[in-house]
Each structure stands twice: as C-alpha cells, then as structure tokens.
Design a protein around this ligand. Structure first.
Ligand code: SF4
Length: 754
C-alpha cells in the first residue's frame, strides 16, 4: 500500500470510457474480490438487489444489465474487501502509531470484525463483547446530568428503518441532538428551499430528465460525485438539449464523456461533448450570474417580449416586484466583476434559458457551501419561477444529493428541529413525551463539545471528526469527552481521535445479507428524487461478529432504557414491523409502506411543488430577495484567494480510494493546490512549488496547512482548490451559511505563504 511517486500531467482522455472500465477492474483486484465483487455488482441498484452505498443518484426508469458506475464499484469493492482489521491488528498498533497513517492507508486495512474498546493503559483497542459494549454505552448515557449532554450523529449510509428507530430512541432518551452528514453539504437545501417552495427536497423525478428542454449543472462535479447522471446528460445531448455547466473548474466529465456501456463509443474511442455552454464562474459568483440572467429577462419583458410565465407568476407566486427592482438596479460592470463572466455570455445563457419551455436546474456544493448558501438557493428558485419551471414536465430544482440515504434519514425523523406534528405523532404512537426544544446540528454539536457541555458522542457511521471544520480545535474537543462510539464497516480517523473511553462497533454492510429470527430482512432507501426502494444484501457479512445497524440501535435502547415500552426486541427481528410503525408516525407519506414496497420499482413520496402545491405558510411560491451580489463577506486583502475544498475522483466523502485524481491530472498526491497560472505568476511562484496556505480570519486563531504542491489548473481567477479533509484545518467553525450552519467550504478566504 505504498504511495507511488507523484505525477502531474493533463488527462487527455474523455471521462468515463476505458479509464472507468480499467479503474473498476483495478479496484476489484486491489481489494482481492474480482470474482466476488463482480458477482455482487450484478445486484447493485437492481430490483431485489442492494442499493449502492455511495451517492444518492436514482435508478433509471429502465434498468440496464449493469447499473453501477466506477465509483459505485469502488464503494462496493472497499466494502466487500478480503482485508480484515482483526484483534491481532489492533494488538500490534497503538492508536498513536495509527494516527501517523494516511486516511487512505487506514481505509486499506479492511473490514472491522468485532467490537473493540479503547484501553488507555496500552493506548490500544482491545476486544469487548457486544453485551459489555452496550452496557458501557448505557452506563455513560444514564450517568449524564442531562440527555442534552449526548450527541447522536447520522451518516447518510444509514437506511430508513434504522434512522426511524434511531430518531425514536434518541427522543425517548430525551434529546433532539441529531447532527448529521447533510449538515455539511445540503442543509441549505433542507432549510433554504422551504421558504421558497415549502419543502427541502428536489421537485423532479427521473422522467423529467427525458422531457427537459435545457439542463443547468451548477457547482457540481457530476462525473465524480453522481456518475450515473452522465447517462442522462449524454441522452440529453443526443436529443440536442443544451447543457449549461457553471463551475470554477472545467471538470472533465462536464466537457467530454464516453459512456462505458456504449459499445460503439468504446470500440471507436468516441465521446460525447457534454456542456454546450461552459460558464467559468468565479467562486461565489453565482448570485451575480442569477441576477444578470434575471436582469435580461426583466429587460426583455419590459420590452414586451413573452419571456416571463405571467400565468404561473400570478397564480402561484408572491414577491416578484422587489426581485424585479433589485435585478434591474444591478450594474452590468458589477455583475461581470462579481461573476467573472462576460455580459455577452450571461446574455447567451439567458437566451438558452428563454428558448427552453422546461428547464431543470441541478446543483451541488458549489451553491450550498457559502455564507449565504441557503439564500442563494432561493435566488435559483426566483429564476425558475420567472418561467414557471417548477411543477411541470421536464422542469424543476434538483439538489444532487451526495450520500445514498441522506434524504431518507431526514424524512424518517433525523432532524434537530423536528416539526410539532412529528413529535405529536411519536407521542401518540409510542406513548412517551418527546423533547420539544430544538437540538444540535453539526455546528452546535461541535460548539457544545468545545464548551465542554457534551460528554457522549455516538456516530451511526461516518467519520465525523474528519468531515467537520477547524480540525485541530475539533480534535481537541472530541478528546475531551467521556465516551465516543463509532459504528462503522471500516477503520477511520474518527476511531483514533476519540474520547477518554471509546468503542468501535462493526456493522453489517449495505451489500451484506441481514438474517434475523424472522428470516432475511430487507431495508429501504429514499433517493434524491424522493423515490423509495428496497435494499437487500447479497454477500455474507464480513464477520459473524458484525451486527446489523437496526439491532445495534435496538440493543442500545434496551440497555439504556430498560423501562421502555417500545418493542425494541421485536423491531430487531422484523423490519416489516418497523415499517408498519413508520406508517403510523408518518401516515401522510408512508401509509401502506410494506404494501407499496412490494413494487420492485418502489414508489415516490409526495413532493407537493411537483404538483404546484406550495406548503409554505402563505400557500404560495415565494420570490425572496437577497440584496447585493455577495454570497460571502468581502475580504479586503490583495493577497486573498477563495479556496474551494473538493473531492478527488478517487474519494467519497472522507473515504479515500487512492491518492490519484486522474481527471484533474494528479497521481500519487493529495497535498496539492490547484491555481490559475496567472494568479500563480502574479505571486512569483513556480508550478509544482511547495507552499503553505493560511486562512484569513478575524478570530485571532492561526490556521495553516503546510506542504502543498502548487499546480497550474484552468480554475477561474481568484479561486484555488484543494482536497478535504486535508484542508479542513483551514475552515473556521464559525465560517458557515447563516441559515443552516453548513460550513462555507467552497469559499474560504486564504493566502499563500512561502
Ligand atoms: S451514481 Fe452514485 S449511486 Fe449510482 S452507482 Fe455511482 S456512486 Fe453509486
């Protein structure tokens, strides 16, 4: 697992294609599961099979024989790996030694096999029985002065049945402290969209991709973070549908792509040009772009052109006038300055938008991870309202969700600000009074840890300490707790940055079979278009001591709440019973849950704006104003650059599959800084020079990362990019979206230090 000599050169091939085919075979071989993995891949994302544990991109209307992408194959291979982290492994490595290893090295050690407890005397993890593990958790939780001294984290890998029981247990225990992984990415979607349209979910289904007349892909690297969506983009291009890609980085797959399952393209080394218009936006320039486009529409409307959908606006919306006045008042020179995009190109893009009668606006972190991320999404809604592009075929707003069941977790109750109706139903159905005060999301959880208020941290999956901002301060806070628990399939840094007492609990993986006294169990998942389908494992668990996530919740609940009347023991054996209770608590969206799941294609949850029904307080779609052109606080420092922390192509969240990022021309190094050649020269730097990066902040805390290789890259001027989690130390905890608390990780003000 040696790290090879770094290499940097432009990747000349299209994304996808033979590169993806080779990468898929390579990862199965690297994890020594060529036969086993290939067999399992035939069941991934297939009706009756298991859902990919990676991103949340939905299955197509018509399944292909192979329904996975290169990154789905990596996720499966790393889960199905032959490598094992056994008690012998822990006996030969102290935690301090393991801390010296890279995230990639830790990931490569393999699957966890039995529960382990931290032994401070030896600085090692030692085996512990499941019973003792639950007893320890119960002792710590029951020993707290208040249930609010515990935080319960949820990774998007957690499936619906688990998420529901987790939300019931934590509330029966007495708190709403639910930090979850979406707090780091799409929380602006969950908190920013409701004031505009009444719900924090996308309004499209997969059918809309076949009916759309224009696609906008904004701040999202489709080819690496939702690769199967490339199939829809290729199909759209074949239909002559314009695709406008807006990004500071000309991501390979947004430029040219070869569909690995297109035999002709593969055999002839052909590709499809994806973006018909690439908008090389400045980091944080999207607001100016939206206002420039709206200005064009309002000017042409004033000139009498039929460019606005007045019927939709009059019937369904309120608040247009303020938005019109604001857009018309914007100065073109300022719009161009803030967006980094020429007036001519903005007019061209507006023309594409006007010519389309059905437009889908898809977005990722490039829109959400800013200090005004939630309000920026509301501006995207404003733009869509102007031409009635919500609630009609081929049109709508499409958050590209990053983790497989992140949307399902929220729907099933993982919410630190639970609606009263949910709490009322939980009280009615379960007979206990749930806490009514809002709890912790990620930001509040870390702040409480830093203040020493939190004593216990329980993580259902994920790698919390590695994913959150202000790494050094967050590590210190986690180490100050009494107990930390990590429920995971693989070893990660979250197990090494631990509380005084710590547990590692190995869980049955998504691709693995769950058997209980009631037979084989099936779970369910909600994808990014609110479609609910089943997931059924096909592989034997990595170890007989791995436990299903549902059973872990139930046994923790029984140990912690011995007087509870909730049927935890029955739930642990019968997942259909869990779904019956989900239907009781969510009668409006999950009635007849088990019956509906019998359909191999699953079913869609209701998203009212899809039907032009707006569950907002005023029952309307709301034009909302965000004055000015800034989505981040301006910084008066000539040396300032805006840093976007990004994933490589060989990475899923904090899981590192290799130190390569071939689409961006990097092999064997993750400590790199992508910079525009002009910005590099302006600072007197050489390409591939080693530099440090420091945060420009006003809180008096020094944040610096050393050892970064500067790499020329066609990124927009004034913008630089590097990988998380390595650059998370540069991200101040208090640098976040105002409304949702999501870290503004796509626009950190930094300067280069040599
Ligand atoms: S697109 Fe996402 S969900 Fe689908 S196979 Fe790839 S990583 Fe998995």
């Amino acid at each position: 697992m040696s790290d090879k000599q770094p290499r940097y050169h432009r990747y000349g091939q299209p994304a996808g294609g033979w590169g993806s085919a080779a990468a898929t075979a390579k990862v199965l071989i690297k994890q020594s599961v060529l036969a086993k993995g290939s067999r399992a891949l035939l069941s991934m994302n297939q009706p009756g099979g298991f859902k990919c544990p990676s991103c949340a991109f939905p299955d197509p209307i018509c399944h292909q024989r192979l329904e996975f992408c290169e990154n789905g194959a990596k996720a499966l291979a790393f889960e199905a790996t032959r490598y094992r982290v056994t008690r012998d492994f822990f006996a030969t490595h102290t935690v301090s030694e393991l801390m010296e290893q890279s995230d990639y090295w830790l990931e490569m050690q393999g699957r966890l096999t039995e529960p382990m407890r931290y032994d401070a005397a030896s600085d090692k993890y030692v085996p512990v029985s499941w019973n003792d593990a639950f007893a320890l958790i119960a002792k710590h939780l029951r020993g707290l002065d208040s249930p609010h001294q515990a935080d319960f984290y949820t990774s998007g890998r957690t499936l619906n049945e688990t998420a529901f029981l987790y939300s019931v247990f934590v509330r029966e225990f007495g708190t709403n402290n639910f930090p979850d992984c979406s707090n780091m990415c799409h929380e602006p979607t969950s908190r920013g969209l409701p004031p505009s349209i009444g719900i924090g979910k996308g309004t499209c289904t997969m059918v809309d991709f076949d009916q759309t007349e224009a696609l906008f892909i904004i701040g999202q690297n489709t080819g690496s973070n939702s690769p199967r969506m490339m199939t829809n983009l290729v199909e759209a291009r074949k239909r002559g549908i314009p695709i406008v890609a807006v990004n500071p980085m000309p991501e390979r797959a947004l430029i040219k792509f070869t569909a690995p399952q297109d035999v002709v393209q593969m055999a002839t080394f052909q590709h499809t040009d994806i973006a018909s218009e690439f908008v090389h936006i400045k980091i944080g320039g999207d607001l100016a772009l939206f206002k420039g486009m709206m200005k064009v529409l309002f000017e042409r409307d004033a000139a009498g052109e039929p460019v606005l959908d007045h019927a939709f606006i009059d019937e369904h919306t309120v608040g247009l006038e303020a938005v019109r006045q604001d857009a018309l008042a914007q100065d073109w020179a300022e719009i161009v300055e803030h967006s980094g995009v020429s007036e001519a190109q903005i007019r061209r893009v507006a023309e594409i938008y006007i010519r389309s009668n059905a437009t889908m606006l898809c977005y990722g972190m490039g829109l959400t991870q800013h200090q005004r991320g939630s309000e920026l999404l509301q501006q995207a809604c404003n733009l869509l309202f102007l031409r009635g592009n919500i609630g009609k075929p081929g049109a709508g707003i499409v958050p590209i969700r990053g983790h497989s069941n992140v949307q399902g977790d929220r729907t099933c109750g993982i919410d630190e600000q639970p609606p009263a109706a949910l709490l009322d139903n939980i009280e009615k159905v379960f007979g206990f009074a749930p806490p009514r005060e809002p709890g912790h999301h990620m930001l509040k959880a870390v702040e409480a840890m830093m203040r020493g208020e939190t004593r216990v941290f329980f993580a259902m999956g994920g790698n919390f300490v590695r994913a959150i901002p202000d790494t050094e301060r967050s590590y210190a806070a986690m180490r100050g707790l009494d107990l930390s628990v990590g429920v995971n399939t693989k070893l990660n840094r979250g197990h090494l940055v631990h509380a005084k007492d710590a547990l590692i609990l190995p869980v049955v993986a998504r691709s693995e079979i769950i058997r209980t006294a009631k037979g084989e169990q099936v779970q369910s998942i909600e994808d990014m278009v609110a479609k609910v389908t089943t997931s059924r494992g096909v592989l034997e668990p990595a170890s007989p001591d791995c436990m299903p996530e549902v059973e872990i919740i139930c046994r923790m609940a029984m140990a912690t709440l011995p007087a509870s009347k909730t049927p935890w023991a029955e739930f642990a054996q019968d997942y259909a019973l869990i779904r019956d209770w989900i239907a009781k608590v969510f009668p409006d969206i999950y009635s007849d849950f088990n019956e509906k799941l019998k359909d191999p294609d699953g079913f869609h949850l209701d998203v009212p704006p899809h039907r032009r029904v707006w569950p907002t307080p005023n029952g309307k779609a709301n034009f909302l104003l965000l004055p000015g052109l800034h989505v981040n606080t301006p910084v008066a420092d000539a040396a300032m650059l805006r840093l976007a922390t990004v994933r490589s192509h060989d990475q899923f969240n904090t899981t590192i599959y290799s130190n390569d990022d071939r689409y961006r021309g990097v092999w064997g190094n993750r400590m790199v800084l992508f910079i525009n050649e002009e910005d590099r020269k302006a600072r007197g730097l050489e390409n591939q020079q080693i530099v440090a990066l420091e945060t420009i902040s006003t809180d008096g805390i020094s944040r610096r990362v050393e050892g970064l290789t500067v790499l020329d890259y066609p990124i927009s001027r004034g913008s630089v990019a590097g990988y998380y989690p390595e650059l998370n130390p540069l991200l101040p905890l208090d640098y976040h979206d105002k409304i949702s608390g999501t870290p503004a990780a796509k626009s950190i003000p930094v300067r280069i230090v040599v």
